[in-house]
Each structure stands twice: as structure tokens, then as C-alpha cells.
Ligand binder design. Structure first.
Ligand code: SAH
Length: 225
């Protein structure tokens, strides 16, 4: 898989991809993440990528031209499955959506900033819009990092234990059961006996039971959402 992330603030995207699982996935060549700075695609002499909003009002708007030039240059090199704009009013990111994107080959993620992008970008250059939740961030970079993480950890070979992603919350419409590690007793707080029993079938049953009751209690609408 290849992810091309377009931003006017590339430094905001440095650290999420330079550690832990996301870094290893790139080192293992399971995914290629390329960050594109919009600035060089600007045509004016100050290399700006935003301008005042027509009609007035507070906040700058990202211009269509640098974005179009950047996307076009990428499209000349390969075919993209989707060009995604990170947007608070986009399709809400769920595990199901992450699963869907994890099957794609080439994706462009466009990060907005300020008041967002010129509407014509959304009308003509974008194929999908994704929101990471009903709140507003100052830029699309963190949202793009969240979406990328959710996708990349699903790619075969990225997680060391292949079954790990499948036992996470939401994959089967349930939240995950509780987990424990050593010591078996701390301050008198004990790990449930069954987990120390070594009885694989009983452990599986207990975990499933816990998932069910937790889902009921914490996210009763999970399967209806
Ligand atoms: N004026 C816009 C918000 C702009 S926020 C509005 O009211 O809808 C600036 C940028 O941050 C957006 O262009 C988008 O790329 C990103 N962003 C903000 N909140 C987001 C969210 N919940 N999910 C995804 N991207 C978000």
C-alpha cells in the first residue's frame, strides 16, 4: 500500500510515522507513506497556499491551485483508489471504514487547515471525505495520522501477532475483554482466576462473556450505530 499525504505543515506529520508500529510497517516495506509539502506547488512568489475568503469573514482558505497541481502530479505517476479529504463533516471513521481502506493500494489523504479548502477542491478533486469525530481540529494532519494508523495496523504482517487486530474492539461488533499482566496480585488486587488456569477453552469463554457484557454496558448501540 502507498499513502500520499498532502499538507501545508509537513512537520506535524513527522513523529506519528517515525516510531513503533507505523515505522516498522514502513521499514518492512508493507506500506509506503509519503508526505507532500504543498508549498512548492504554490505559483505565487511568496509560496503561499492560502488566501482570504471571498465574501469576507475570519479565517484563511486553502487555495485550489497548489492542491490541484500536487494531486495531478501524483495521478500522473499512478492510479489512486481514492483521494480523501479529512473533514469534520465527512463520513465518520469506523473500524468498518478502516477495514475497507486497508484493502486499497494507493490513497491520497488531503489535510485541510485554517477554514478548510476551497469548496471546488471538494467538488472536483476529492472522491471521499472522512471525519475522525464530531469535533473540530485545527488541521487535518492529526486526523490523517489517525486514519493512517487505523489502516496500516490492519495490513498483513504489520502486527507481529497476526490475530491481534482481529481480537481488538469493534472487529466483531464487540468491545475487547479486559487484559492483565504480571504480577498476578498487586496491592491485594487479583487477576481473575480463570486467566491463570491454563484452561484455553475456559479462557476463551470467559473473554467472550466479558466482551458481551462490556459491549452491553458500555456501547449498547454498537451494532446499531
Ligand atoms: N471550518 C471548518 C473546519 C476547519 S478545521 C468547519 O467548520 O467544518 C481545519 C481542517 O482541519 C479541516 O479542513 C480538516 O482538514 C481538519 N479537521 C478538523 N476537524 C476534523 C475532524 N473531526 N476530522 C477530520 N479532519 C478534521
Amino acid at each position: 500500500m502507498r499513502l500520499d499525504i498532502i499538507t501545508c505543515l509537513p512537520r506535524l506529520l513527522e513523529s506519528p510515522f517515525s516510531d513503533s508500529i507505523l515505522k516498522r510497517a514502513q521499514d518492512k516495506k508493507l506500506v509506503e507513506v509519503i508526505i507532500h509539502d504543498l508549498r512548492p506547488f504554490s505559483t505565487n512568489k511568496h509560496r503561499t497556499t492560502d488566501d482570504y475568503a471571498f465574501g469576507g469573514g475570519a479565517g484563511m482558505v486553502m487555495m485550489i491551485e497548489p492542491i490541484d497541481r500536487c494531486i495531478s502530479s501524483l495521478k500522473e505517476q499512478r492510479t489512486y483508489d481514492d483521494v480523501i479529504y479529512m473533514s469534520p463533516d465527512g463520513e465518520l471513521l469506523t473500524q468498518a471504514l478502516a477495514n475497507q481502506f486497508s484493502l486499497k493500494k494507493n490513497l491520497i489523504l488531503l489535510c485541510g487547515h485554517y477554514k478548510g479548502v476551497d469548496e471546488r477542491v471538494r467538488e472536483h478533486l476529492i472522491t471521499r471525505e472522512v471525519s475522525i469525530g464530531d469535533y473540530v481540529l485545527s488541521g487535518g494532519e492529526l486526523a490523517a495520522a489517525v486514519l493512517s494508523d487505523a489502516i496500516i495496523r490492519l495490513l498483513p504482517g504489520v502486527l507481529s501477532d497476526e490475530t491481534s487486530a482481529l481480537t481488538d474492539s469493534f472487529q466483531d461488533g464487540l468491545v475487547a475483554p479486559p487484559v492483565y499482566t504480571r504480577p498476578a496480585e498487586y496491592n491485594g488486587w487479583k487477576v481473575p482466576d480463570v486467566l491463570l488456569s491454563g484452561h484455553e477453552a475456559k479462557i476463551q469463554d470467559w473473554r467472550h462473556e466479558q466482551s458481551l457484557t462490556r459491549t452491553q454496558k458500555r456501547r449498547p448501540n454498537l451494532n446499531k450505530e
